[in-house]
Design a protein around this ligand. Structure first.
Ligand SMILES: [Fe+2]
Ligand SMILES: [Fe+2]
Length: 337
């Protein structure tokens, strides 16, 4: 998971999904506000303001897209995993990500959008997904580093979402976070093994850390000062912790893990600040971040083309499933007649 892009509008400035307009009603609004103030849950049949619904559709659908696009960089290594054990772990992890996509598409559908609309927005390039997946996985160490750092950053982002005010999203995130924890551990453990190996293996891990570190910090989204929508997200109980606070938590948690692993995080400004009780860190390259979000990353075109091809290749499966369902229904109706 992968929530960097939650601050990023889709290409049409919206969710890419037309939503039903809900007439405004002061009493219903007051009921909604009271539920939010009491830190309660909003459920699919409850009245909710249009803007709340739209924000959630954008966020949950971007999250779902990120999960299934996130299968691609690592899926690339399934056929080249160095042992049967690593292959079995990686297959399980990549399947988990597909499952996360399914829980999240289902959660978004409860808001009145359809899976076809969401896929259409993804395939036409209107919808965003986390730009971390627009980078290539060059070596086996990248698979370990993605588990450790990318899934680690995802967990940091997603644990507060288990308390999101929208019930279906919050409940989906509880299961997702449990699985993400396994993803993070398998990655870290794979790296620990490599760091006990040859000088070449150690260098491979360090190189992967060098390439992924800054991109993982950017996963938390733009600085708070440049995230005007975050305030409303917090008011609605969708966002619980600010981008900068989450990023800081991630840095503080990761530095000791890097020490145990024996790798250097590629930031000369990274040091403990006694007065703040946190680590200071250097400047993130936001120009690169926005360039990749806007389509200019090394793998944007390849990722989208792979998803579109998978969708087209799967057309016969969807048609067969629908034909089977129709037959079953006809048979049931005949039997009932
Ligand atoms: Fe995931
Ligand atoms: Fe994951």
């Amino acid at each position: 998971m992968y929530t960097q892009s939650f601050n990023v509008p889709d290409a049409d400035g919206q969710s890419g999904a037309p939503l039903r307009a809900v007439p405004h009603d002061t009493a219903l609004q007051a009921h909604f506000d009271a539920a939010i103030d009491a830190d309660g849950k909003i459920e699919p049949r409850d009245w909710m303001p249009d803007a709340y619904r739209k924000t959630l559709v954008r966020q949950i659908s971007q999250h779902a897209h990120s999960e299934i696009v996130g299968m691609l960089p690592e899926g690339n290594w399934i056929s080249r995993a160095p042992s049967l054990k690593r292959k079995a772990i990686l297959v399980a992890k990549v399947q988990d990500e597909g499952g996360h996509g399914l829980y999240l598409y289902s959660a978004a559908e409860t808001l009145g959008t359809s899976r076809d609309q969401m896929f259409d927005a993804l395939h036409s390039g209107k919808a965003k997904y986390s730009s971390i997946f627009n980078y290539p996985t060059l070596t086996w160490a990248d698979v370990g580093v993605i588990g450790w750092l990318v899934d680690g950053a995802a967990i940091m982002n997603q644990i507060p979402l288990c308390r999101c005010s929208y019930g279906p999203y919050a409940r989906a995130m509880i299961r997702v976070c449990k699985e993400e924890s396994f993803h993070q551990r398998q990655g870290y453990e794979a790296l620990l093994v490599m760091m006990q190996g040859t000088a070449e293996q150690k260098a491979m891990v360090q190189d992967a850390v060098n390439r992924w570190w800054w991109k993982c910090l950017a996963m938390f989204g733009p600085p708070d000062a440049d995230s005007p929508n975050s305030v409303q997200g917090m008011r609605w109980g969708i966002k619980r912790i600010s981008n900068d606070d989450l990023r800081q938590k991630f840095v503080d948690a990761t530095v000791p893990q890097a020490e145990v692993l024996g790798v250097t995080l590629p930031d000369p400004d990274l040091k403990w600040n006694e007065a703040r009780g946190h680590h200071d860190y250097g400047q993130i390259d936001w120009d690169e971040f926005w360039a990749v979000v806007n389509g200019d990353g090394p793998c944007n075109k390849e990722r989208l083309a792979t998803r579109v091809k998978a969708w087209n290749d799967g057309a016969w499966v969807r048609e067969a499933a629908l034909a089977h369902a129709r037959k079953q229904q006809e048979r049931a109706m005949k039997e009932a007649a």
